[in-house]
Design a protein around this ligand. Structure first.
Ligand SMILES: Nc1ncnc2c1ncn2[C@@H]1O[C@H](COP(=O)(O)OP(=O)(O)OP(=O)(O)O)[C@@H](O)[C@H]1O
Length: 356
């Protein structure tokens, strides 16, 4: 079932929480709404669920205008941040709730509840009440309950936020499995965690200040972000000011050949893992000419397990630091060392400076 938001605008009193959102999610597609706190992600999701009424615009499901339909009539599965389980019902009865309301035969309800609890690893807790569960366990039950009715549309609002790292990874795997098992389901996934968005979404819609900033397939958005905001929000990209020169662009006195800046594109975007650090042959810089990359100095090194996160200053760019992720099995220059920051052209893209 396709979900369509057309010019959806939501006001809470004088606050504009969502401004003119146009977005559609196809059957079988997962779209992540990604953005900082307060950017309007949850409001967009609530507009689809029917929990808030747009002051302008329409919401359509499978082409039908549902803007004026109450939530219960939309047939959508919803999982919100606050679990919202029925406190007086045991776990199994919570999961069974929608199936019973749809008057499914008792045997089918029991089988489906069993399947769902197994999927979220909660079989052993079927007889407990929500108050007897941890936050993370409650969230797993909420996911099982939303999926039990096999909804054509599933809305997930930060469903993994309360889980610890291991459980979150497990649940991400379960959600990926779910997408394979229910290939026609349309999923809208609200998160401020870019790694969840990258792991799950076919497309990512980046939100900022109540507006949609960019929307594109996840890999495309990651590899060539259209704006500085998206570049830094999605993967902590390094952004370096450039000026166009003959045959390329100039970054801190060093020419990166082969990049052509379109009007307004004044920042070079490169991911921390794509920069190569080389120890400088000539300590103290030695001038830009002949150097393999941009000159800099190592300011700090943090070990992150699989890689070292190295922070470097950039010669000639006061106040600019660059993050480089160096695999843990490679040698890392010491703090204070002069280095060349090699920027492979295939890993560079140019983005508009949009005030981020
Ligand atoms: N019920 C409400 N009444 C008044 N203002 C609200 C209400 N709900 C949300 N807002 C405001 O609308 C804006 C968007 O909120 P929303 O919850 O959609 O953001 P979000 O991107 O989902 O943030 P978070 O990641 O923190 O959940 C915020 O400024 C918020 O304070």
């Amino acid at each position: 079932m396709t979900v369509q938001l057309q010019d959806v605008t939501v006001h809470f009193g004088r606050t504009c929480a969502l401004e003119g959102l146009d977005l559609s999610v196809a059957a079988g597609e997962t779209v992540a709404l990604l953005g900082p706190s307060g950017s309007g992600k949850s409001t967009a999701l609530k507009a689809v669920a029917g929990f808030v009424r747009p002051s302008r615009g329409r919401v359509r499901l499978a082409g039908n205008d549902v803007t004026d339909l109450p939530p219960a009539k939309r047939g959508i599965g919803v999982v919100v941040q606050q679990y919202a389980l029925f406190p007086h019902l045991r776990v199994a009865d919570n999961v069974a709730f929608g199936l019973k309301a749809a008057r499914k035969p008792r045997a089918e309800v029991a089988e489906r509840v069993g399947e769902m609890l197994e999927m979220v690893g909660m079989t052993a807790y079927a007889r407990r009440f929500p108050r007897e569960l941890s936050g993370g366990q409650q969230q797993r039950v909420a996911i099982a309950r939303a999926l039990a009715i096999r909804p054509p549309v599933l809305l997930l609002d930060e469903p993994l936020a309360a889980l610890d790292a291991q459980l979150r990874a497990d649940m991400l795997g379960e959600l990926q499995k779910l997408r394979r098992e229910v290939p026609d389901i349309a999923i809208v996934y609200v998160t401020h965690d870019q790694s969840e968005a990258l792991a799950l979404a076919d497309r990512i819609a980046v939100m900022r200040d109540a507006r949609l900033v960019d929307v594109a397939p996840a890999a495309e958005l990651y590899a060539a972000p259209p704006s500085a905001f998206t570049a830094s929000f999605l993967g902590g990209a390094n952004l370096l000011p450039v000026e166009p020169v003959e045959g390329g662009v100039k970054v801190a006195g060093h020419v990166v050949p082969g990049l052509q800046a379109a009007p307004g594109e004044s920042l070079l975007c490169i991911r921390p893992h794509a920069i190569r650090l080389e120890a400088d042959a000539v300590p103290g810089g030695g001038g830009a000419a002949g150097r393999a990359g941009v000159g800099g100095e190592v300011l700090g090194v943090q070990w992150r397990g699989a890689f070292n996160q190295v922070t470097c200053s950039v010669d000639g760019l006061a106040g600019v630091t660059v993050r480089v992720d160096v695999p843990a099995d490679r040698r890392v220059p010491e703090v204070g060392a002069d280095v060349s920051l090699v920027l492979p052209v295939e890993a560079c893209s140019l983005v508009l400076a949009d005030g981020c």
